[in-house]
Design a protein around this ligand. Structure first.
Ligand code: TYD
Ligand code: MG
Length: 468
């Protein structure tokens, strides 16, 4: 009987017997791809292996057993070590993802050469030739006696090499270029990525070296390849930033050996990445002192907090129907917020054009941005200055009430870490420690903001316009 084809979802790794435009499991579009059933063969082989008489069964231990504490070996880059939770643990697997050209290879080469001062490190690139890597190392003026580089894409060759060289850290740049010659599918497919990382990680556990896998990122921002990859590894890091700007953030989204709300901040320079000790200074560098019409919101991306600046410009309109232009936010939501401000609090937006922009090309989707949008709008209308170290989050309802939003603690910690001193937020349950270094104004409705940025009525905006 002919073998039924099997389709695997590129994003979540689930298997399907018929092709469909959308994965039933994770809902992503156009992510199913045909796979040969070779992983199935492997598991069959494994199954028959378990029946053989040589099998010893598993070893169990008591929870009370004393074991030495996990040893964290520092990489040598303080910001990187902080995100890892103190260093890398022997036998652990770390996955690091980021947009193309953001500096993953640069960061890893710098880490490899620092680490290679006293430990044996193997840097394997499937994307660049050895000459290119050496050129880059020269540019970064990195020399390291115990760092060895190789251009290789076959996982079988890598594992054979590792057995011989016995490194303590192996860096794979990138996992999407690696392949098992015994599998037919092309590098980068679900089958190859899953099988290659599985083999590399079991080798790491068996021979006691740590492995860092670099992963590509899809246009939605997730690490390309099956989502299971993120479940398999011990630590998942994202390296992110605007390519046109020089600062980069390294962020842990999963860490079995440390906290995952740590971020590391770097600056891209002509000679590689430099650590930034005082990130708030860097982040606020482009922001002017107190100006009207801006407010920062600590937004959440999944579980990841990201600080985003909202800018509003409210100007007298020359049109019969004033313009409402929005970039990066929901037009309907802006209309709703404007209606609440007009009807409930008397702000006169009726004869004003309103422009709203989320800086950095970012798209904000969550309602938690409402409060920051309100501050940007009313401060621009009345020309009130907004302190540069003020941030806000909270959902605004139709009667002008301010509602609780998820994960306030993460947002507050992130803002405090980046140097913000004042937070306007909903009255909601928060951990005491989240308030450290922050002056919080808790609001159950918009009245505290109305007192601080008093309404300009529609008649007043007419007289304002007449003077301009
Ligand atoms: P790279 O590490 O190759 O990115 P990735 O591996 O994430 O794709 O980084 C490439 C970018 O970094 C490239 O646009 C040039 C820039 N860069 C510097 O600005 N300074 C440097 O010293 C180096 C090595 C790269
Ligand atoms: Mg690269």
């Amino acid at each position: 009987m002919a073998k039924a084809p099997r389709y695997l979802c590129r994003d979540c790794g689930s298997s399907h017997t018929v092709w469909a435009g959308r994965c039933d499991d994770c809902g992503s579009w156009n992510s199913l791809e045909e796979s040969d059933n070779q992983l199935g063969h492997f598991s069959k082989k494994l199954e028959s292996g378990t029946k053989s008489s040589k099998n010893k069964g598993m070893v169990v231990r008591s929870l009370a057993d004393k074991i030495p504490p996990a040893e964290y070996v520092p990489i040598g880059i303080a910001e990187f070590d902080r995100v890892l939770g103190g260093g890398i643990v022997a036998g652990a697997a770390v996955l690091i993802g980021g947009d193309p050209g953001i500096g993953k290879s640069t960061l890893m080469l710098q880490a490899a050469s620092l680490c290679g001062q006293n430990r044996k490190v193997l840097y394997i690139s499937g994307e660049e030739s050895v000459e290119q890597i050496l050129l880059r190392a020269e540019r970064l003026s990195q020399q390291s006696p115990k760092l060895e580089v190789a251009a290789e894409t076959s996982v079988e060759n890598i594992i054979a090499g590792v057995q011989k060289l016995k490194p303590s850290l192996v860096i794979i740049d990138s996992i999407q270029t690696m392949h098992l010659t015994s599998l037919d599918s092309a590098p980068g497919t679900v089958t190859q990525v899953r099988a290659s990382s599985h083999l590399l990680m079991s080798a790491a556990k068996k021979y006691g070296f740590s492995v860092i896998l670099i992963g590509h990122v899809t246009k939605e921002g997730a690490i390309a390849g099956p989502r299971v990859l993120e479940h398999m590894v011990d630590t998942v890091l994202y390296f992110e930033g605007e390519r046109s700007q020089h600062f980069r953030l390294l962020r842990a989204v999963k860490n079995r050996f440390g906290a995952c709300d740590e971020i590391g901040v770097f600056e891209m320079s002509g000679v590689g990445l430099r650590e930034v000790d005082n990130p708030s200074a860097l982040f606020l560098a482009d922001r002017e002192e107190a100006i009207p019409g801006t407010c920062v919101i600590p937004a959440l991306e999944g579980t990841r907090p990201i600080l985003v600046e909202i800018q509003a410009l409210v100007a007298p309109s020359h049109f019969a129907a004033p313009r409402r232009a929005v970039i990066g936010w929901d037009q309907q939501r802006l209309a709703m917020i404007l209606a609440v401000l007009e009807k409930r609090f008397g702000y006169g937006f009726g004869k004003q054009d309103v422009y709203l922009n989320i800086t950095g090309g970012y798209r904000l989707l969550e309602p938690a941005a409402d409060l920051a949008v309100v501050i940007a709008l009313i401060s621009s209308l009345g020309n009130y200055n907004v302190p540069a170290n003020l941030a806000a989050f909270g959902e605004v309802g139709l009667s002008g009430e301010v509602r609780a939003v998820p994960q306030p603690d993460i947002r507050m910690r992130e803002a405090a870490k980046l140097g913000f001193a004042e937070m306007i937020m909903p009255k909601q349950k928060i951990q005491k420690s989240a308030k450290d270094n922050l002056h919080c104004t808790l609001c159950s409705d918009l009245n505290p903001l109305v007192r601080r940025f008093p309404p300009i009525k529609e008649e007043e905006t007419h007289s304002q316009a007449a003077f301009m």
